[in-house]
Design a protein around this ligand. Structure first.
Ligand SMILES: Cc1cc2nc3c(=O)[nH]c(=O)nc-3n(C[C@H](O)[C@H](O)[C@H](O)COP(=O)(O)O)c2cc1C
Length: 231
């Protein structure tokens, strides 16, 4: 009797192949869109981990670390303004992405800051607070956050941002205490610079380009820290 041979079609030429490939392609595209939107896209790392330093000539001044995270640059801009003010007060300041800080034991005080995204801090700052909690608990620490509109007249939005988003995150590390007021500042974004998922969500929320960033509010807050961080 003649044996019946069943010819196997190679997978690549089978009907299932295009479907599988389309699935893999979609998964890749979704990952590429979602990872940066969630704040996991890593900023570039400068050679020694520091973004900027000032106050080299303040040789008797205390050493302050300004540790921040930022996705679209406004919190980095705020960190720079704060650093400049603190150097003006006589401190030596290093400014660094929080995620790249390995050791804070060489500093006398820390100023940390994050923007609010999707009602929480960016991962770099969350990791920083967790990783250095024990050391931070033993030194003066100040904190600032950038957010949507901050109403300077009534302070209402500022209070909401603080109680809804900032206090909730800071409460996860109760051993860290903060000097002065927590700085809550207006941020900024332009739809053109956002990741696709962000554009989609901000457009759904009926946001257009926003510019609440107010340098003088940030500088005034930094000035108020000069005595507090020197104690
Ligand atoms: C996609 C997206 C989500 C945001 N979510 C919030 C939020 O939940 N609460 C808030 O107060 N601000 C929110 N903001 C405002 C940002 O905190 C503000 O634009 C900030 O300046 C961004 O900081 P960066 O430029 O350092 O990344 C959001 C902004 C974007 C673009």
């Amino acid at each position: 009797m003649k044996k019946k041979t069943i010819e196997k079609t190679p997978f690549l030429f089978s009907y299932a192949a295009p479907g599988c490939m389309a699935g893999v392609l979609c998964a890749c595209i979704l990952t590429l869109l979602c990872i940066p939107a969630a704040g996991w896209a890593l900023p570039h790392k400068s050679v020694n981990g520091l973004e900027w330093s000032c106050g080299d000539t303040n040789t008797n001044g205390k050493k302050i670390l300004v540790a921040f995270d930022s996705k679209h640059g406004s919190t980095q801009k705020a960190a720079r303004l704060i650093s400049e003010e603190l150097c003006g007060c006589g401190f030596q300041v290093d400014m660094s992405y929080a995620r790249y800080v390995d050791d804070i034991s060489g500093y006398d005080a820390v100023v940390a800051g994050s923007p609010i995204y999707w009602a929480t801090f960016l991962p770099g700052i969350k990791q920083f607070l967790k990783k250095h909690e024990t050391t931070l608990a033993q030194m003066p620490v100040a904190f600032f956050a950038l957010s949507t509109h901050v109403d300077e007249e009534t302070g209402l939005v500022k209070e909401e941002t603080k109680s809804f988003f900032v206090d909730k995150e800071l409460a996860k590390h109760p051993s860290i205490t903060y000097v002065g007021e927590i700085g809550i500042f207006g941020g900024e974004f332009t739809l053109r610079d956002l990741y696709p998922v962000e554009v989609f969500s901000m457009t759904l929320s009926k946001y257009s380009d926003q510019a609440w960033f107010n340098p003088s509010m940030i500088q005034t807050w930094a000035q108020s820290l000069c005595d507090l961080l020197d104690d």
